[in-house]
Design a protein. Sequence first.
Length: 253
Amino acid sequence: MSGRALSFGVMAEAYERFRPGYPAELFEMVTAYAGHPVRTALEIGAGTGKATRLFARRGVAVTATEPDGAMLAELRKHVPADVRTVQAAFEDLRPGEKYRLVYAAAALHWTNPEGRWSRMAALLEPDGVFASFGGPLRLADPKVEEAVRAARAPFLESDEVPSPDGTPPEHDMQWPGTELQRSEWFTDVQQAVVERRLTMSAHDFVGHLSTVSAYLVLPASEREQVFSQIIRVLPERVGMAADITVHLARRCQ
């Protein structure tokens, strides 16, 4: 696991405060795809439990796995008491109990690509469902976005995570759907988008940026400078495009 992946733990409380949760529409999309009630689920890279809550509060028995102890401690403050938690990276999980659903919420790109899909399939029941979902929060106003890009430029060219397999953003099928389509372990690969618009204060937007890995790995002095530059160009409240891209696939029987 990369240094960027492990950088989140130091910001667990900020991650919980500034990152939005997931809407009921996402749960409905995953369960509709499954075509049957989802009783058990394994979560990869659960963070502070934003997605854990979505599934656990709707009757799914969730086992939430997360490698960072600080993130897991924050998660335990917010999820139902019957959620099982395991401190482990995806690569450290050993096949044993199998689940109807395995999912990752904005975390799959931190996993090791070598053996990713055979390992994932080993955690699923035959015909079980894999789901990956997430997406960056983007400023909805192009003028504000350009002002932030210019303020950020001396420190960072981009703050987004590039496609792990190099798929251009204009392609119809995005990663990880591209990998799933090539995998011998999965079938019926689908991609969908849950559209979402949010409004937040300028300070909360910068708080959100403080949880983004590109900023977390900057030296502390540069991080303070770039946030200071960004806050100067923001209006008091900012509109956000926060669409969630969902990838779904079924384990081959």
